[in-house]
Design a protein around this ligand. Structure first.
Ligand SMILES: [Zn+2]
Ligand SMILES: [Zn+2]
Length: 179
């Protein structure tokens, strides 16, 4: 993939707009439900194919967004993904996530309060957007380094095979886990 095809992540300015929009939605929810909803951390560290995710991590509520998908499809995500994830947060506070279906009637009614379309997820063209990084395992023969996939590494660990260097014919030996 050529360098110019790779898009940049969302800028700090636009991240700030996302946090402001989140705060606005929380105000709307507070006046509608007549209760407070604490400010929720908004992170831009999500990778993979999803634009956004609401999560409870170690007892802490957090909304995570994909910085690349937000950068490329900002308008879409601004009007749809933000209310989508904030509505998950609101339903969690109101009902508890385990008590309801993720995109059930409770979530839909919060989306209606926000005046947002209750569509589940958008499908985006992810060309040029970095995908989830896979683990690599560094191996070495007598002449060079190799990077093996998790699948091949596990196969070797289970004693189900080994790999020989194409150049020198010596057996590949595990060195370290790579990035
Ligand atoms: Zn959802
Ligand atoms: Zn070799």
């Amino acid at each position: 993939m050529a360098q110019q095809d790779i898009i940049s992540p969302i800028s700090p300015d636009l991240q700030q707009q996302v946090r402001q929009k989140t705060a606005q939605l929380l105000q709307i929810a507070e006046s509608y439900y007549q209760r407070s909803f604490p400010v929720i951390p908004v992170l831009f560290d999500l990778r993979g194919k999803s634009a956004g995710m609401y999560r409870v991590q170690g007892g802490k509520r957090v909304i995570r967004y994909n910085p690349y998908i937000f950068a490329r499809y900002f308008e879409d995500n601004f009007s749809q993904t933000i209310p989508h994830e904030v509505a998950h947060y609101i339903t969690d506070v109101l009902y508890g996530l385990r008590q309801i279906r993720p995109h059930g009637s409770e979530w839909k009614s919060v989306m209606a309060v926000f005046g947002a379309e209750p569509s589940r997820t958008a499908i985006y063209d992810l060309t040029g957007i970095p995908q989830r990084q896979y683990r690599r395992f560094v191996y070495r023969c007598d002449c060079q380094n190799y990077e093996l996939t998790t699948r091949r590494h596990n196969k070797i660990l289970r004693g189900q095979g080994h790999y020989l260097c194409r150049e020198c014919g010596s057996r590949l030996l595990f060195v370290a886990e790579g990035k």
